[in-house]
Design a protein around this ligand. Structure first.
Ligand SMILES: CC(C)(COP(=O)(O)OP(=O)(O)OC[C@H]1O[C@@H](n2cnc3c(N)ncnc32)[C@H](O)[C@@H]1OP(=O)(O)O)[C@@H](O)C(=O)NCCC(=O)NCCS
Length: 206
């Protein structure tokens, strides 16, 4: 039987996650070490989780606080390798960050996606996970490519949903403190990332 695990991303996961990035095309794999470094050293509030199938990395999720908000997080990247899609790993990755954020008193998780046909599967996925289509900005990304914002209120999650995913809580309290700091800095973000990036398109490191 297939075994799915979700863990806090560590330095050791980098080669496996670079293979995931290669397979999903989320963003160039060579950017991963630079994105992860401030997270691993505790200087960024972002949360990265590795999804494993039978002991091999097969997916990832990355979320970070929205600057100048109180308790609102944006899921910047989510991907599962094609060979393992449709078997619950994406759902497990999102549930893990929802649980961690809800347990830490964070309020809202949003995801910026696209209105194009290419993203119909992603939109159906978020709807299946209880996300509401909250906003749509026509032609935002490009002519004919709307920005579609999905939203889920973490406070509304039932307590059973808030079970701890094993070993993934480390550093979260610090992440929340950094998030609060970021929320007080105009235009500020501890690792220099830019807002308004579509899920799967990770912003340039500043
Ligand atoms: C979107 C993605 C992360 C989903 O991961 P996954 O492991 O395949 O999804 P799951 O198996 O956990 O599916 C969870 C639910 O979403 C639904 N779902 C997933 N993909 C779907 C699709 N393409 N169309 C319709 N529904 C879909 C499933 O039916 C499932 O519902 P159920 O549990 O009620 O049966 C994955 O397909 C992926 O990596 N896609 C490419 C990258 C991408 O689009 N990322 C998101 C960018 S915003």
């Amino acid at each position: 039987m297939t075994k799915i695990d979700i863990t806090e991303t560590t330095r050791d996961d980098i080669p496996g996650l670079q293979a995931v990035l290669e397979a999903t095309g989320l963003f160039p794999p060579e950017l991963l070490p630079d994105f992860l470094e401030p997270v691993l050293t505790g200087d960024s509030p972002a949360l990265w989780r590795t999804g494993w199938v039978d002991g091999t990395p097969a997916g990832l999720v990355f979320t970070e606080p929205e600057p100048m908000t109180d308790g609102t997080w944006n899921m910047r990247a989510l991907g599962v390798v094609p060979g393992h899609q449709g078997r619950g790993l994406g759902r497990a990755l999102v549930a893990a960050v929802e649980d961690d954020l809800a347990s830490a008193g964070q309020r809202i998780l949003i995801v910026d996606t696209s209105g194009t046909a290419d993203f119909a599967g992603a939109r159906a996925f978020y709807a299946a996970l209880g996300y509401d289509e909250e906003a749509r900005i026509r032609d935002f990304w490009a002519e004919g490519d709307d920005k579609v914002v999905f939203r889920k209120a973490l406070e509304a999650l039932p307590p059973v949903h808030r079970r701890r995913s094993g070993g993934a809580q480390g550093g979260l309290a610090r992440a929340v403190r950094l998030a609060r700091l970021a929320s007080t800095q105009v235009g500020g973000h501890p690792d220099g990332a830019q807002a308004s990036e579509r899920c799967g398109r990770v912003p340039e490191v500043g």
